[in-house]
Every structure is written in C-alpha cells, then in structure tokens.
Design a protein around this ligand. Structure first.
Ligand SMILES: C[S@@+](CC[C@H](N)C(=O)[O-])C[C@H]1O[C@@H](n2cnc3c(N)ncnc32)[C@H](O)[C@@H]1O
Length: 271
C-alpha cells in the first residue's frame, strides 16, 4: 500500500516522519475519505479525539501506537501543549503519524494551531480534509444547509465561547440577519442566550430551528422547533452533545425520505 509522501514545501529533518491531520468525518465510517482510510490502515501511530467511533480506530494496524487526547465539556482534558508535544515526539520515532479529528480538522478542530506548532518544530505536516458534521448531521436528517428558495448563504459558527476570551467573541445580534442560515457547533450550552440574541437582532421568533444530536451514528435524534421555543424544548427533551443546531428556513425544506440510515457505531467513545 502506498502512503502519500511528505509535502515538499515543508522544511525539516529527513529523519522526521509526517503528521497527517486527518478529518474522520462526522461518525459514520462510510463517510471517511479514501485518503483517510488509506492513511489509517498504514499508519505507525494514531492520536485521536472522542468524536471518532471505535470502528474507525479499528482500521489502524494492531501494532501501531494509540494515544487518546480527547476534550469534552465539563471534563478534564488533555491540554493542547501536551497534545502538541505528543505529536512532535511521535514524528521523531515514526514515519506516518495520523492525528485523527472528528469532522474536518480545520473547522473548529484546532487543526490550524497544531499544523503551525508542527511546522515550527520542523515536522512535516499535511492536512486531509474531512466531511464536517455541520453539513453531514443535517443531511442525515434530510435537511439541506442551502436551498435555492430558502437559503443562499450559510454561516458556520461556534456557540462555545471560552471564558478567557482567547478567541474573538461572536456577535450574535449582527449575525441574526447577515446570513440566511446558521449552522452552530457546540451551541447547546449557550442556546438560550444565542436564541434570545438572534431574536433581539431582528430574526423572527418563529424562524425554524433543528437540533441534530449524534448525527450519522446510532442515537441520532432531530428536534424541530422555532427560535422562540428551541431552548426550552432542547432542555425538556434532554438533547445532549454532540449536537448541531441549524437556524433558518432551510429547516422547513427537510426531505426525510432522502436521509440515510445512521451507522450502527458508538460515538463518542466512552472514557
Ligand atoms: C470541537 S467541534 C469539532 C467539529 C469538527 N471539526 C467538524 O468539522 O465537524 C465539536 C462539535 O462538532 C459538532 N459535532 C461533531 N460531530 C457531531 C455529530 N456526529 N453530530 C452532531 N454534532 C457533531 C458538535 O457541535 C460538537 O460539539
């Protein structure tokens, strides 16, 4: 089997391996890219998060090293500097290291930070895009994120804001009318405030909203509500992370008949 060679523009020691920042897709193993599948089957080490099903990890050869560096809200997580250090150390011992991330590595996945760290340490690095949950989870509920009648623009936005404000904060009121559709990642915890601010920003209270939990895998649920009701309904019906929230008229364009069957796999990996 052929493994892609290191990117020529990288500068580094010839004895250092390559770290592939690989998108695992949203969970259903059938949504892995061909390249991700090939790299997983040929890697010497894999470093993974919790939003990856066991069945995808099973593609990794038995003798390969496995490192779990998952982060989940409310739990102690492996600090980013430790993950960075693990990746550099593995690249010094192995030819092919897969850094496996749920969805796409560059979409709310810290892939950019890890790539910059690796390059600054002389490690070859290559990104392998994946199918993001913000498109796949709605699709598995039959909801298109754009639609000629209902949505010409869509914004991917995080609903999880760090207390320390390392990242710039989202101006929800300004977003309310700036985009036909919103796809909100990590939005459950702040949903009451997000919905209230979108309404304050001019979005009608009756705007359709969908919350898709565990998209593409066992336990997938899809709740439909409006901006006015979604926070209470989500709490009352106990929707949990990981969930994607879709706001906009595209939700009313749902065609359930086209939704694939979620895959019978377990995700997140319990830890
Ligand atoms: C740290 S972000 C990572 C996003 C990832 N890089 C992507 O492109 O999908 C984690 C969030 O992605 C969303 N997510 C990931 N997998 C999901 C799934 N299978 N179903 C619903 N939401 C998911 C949830 O909002 C979750 O809190």
């Amino acid at each position: 089997m052929t493994i892609a060679t290191a990117h020529e523009s990288n500068v580094g020691d010839a004895t250092v391996g390559t770290v592939y920042l690989v998108g695992a897709g949203p969970g259903d193993p059938d949504l892995l890219t061909v390249k991700a599948h090939r790299l997983l089957q040929g890697c010497d080490a894999v470093v993974y998060d919790s939003l990856v099903p066991r069945e995808v990890l099973d593609l990794v050869p038995e003798g390969s090293e496995r490192h779990f560096v998952g982060k989940r809200r409310g739990h102690h997580s492996v600090p980013q500097p430790s993950t960075n250090a693990v990746l550099v150390a593995l690249a010094q011992r192995h030819r092919c290291v897969v850094r496996l991330k749920g969805g796409d590595p560059f979409l709310f996945g810290r892939g950019g930070e890890e790539a910059a760290h690796l390059v600054s340490h002389g490690v070859f690095v290559q990104v392998v895009p994946g199918i993001t949950s913000g498109i796949a989870a709605p699709a598995y509920a039959g909801i298109p994120v754009t639609h000629r009648r209902a949505g010409s623009s869509v914004t991917f936005v995080t609903g999880h804001e760090e207390i320390d404000k390392v990242r710039p904060s989202v101006n929800w009121q300004a977003l309310a009318l700036a985009s036909d559709g919103l796809v909100i990642y990590m939005g459950l915890h702040n949903l009451p405030r997000i919905a209230a601010e979108l309404i304050q920003g001019g979005r009608p209270a009756e705007t359709p909203v969908a919350v898709i939990q565990q998209g593409t895998v066992s336990g997938q649920r899809c709740l439909k509500a409006t901006l006015a009701t979604v926070a209470d309904r989500t709490r009352d019906e106990a929707l949990a992370s990981p969930s994607i929230v879709v706001v906009g008229d595209v939700v009313a364009e749902q065609i359930e008949a086209c939704a694939p069957q979620p895959a019978a796999v377990t995700m997140p990996i319990p830890f």
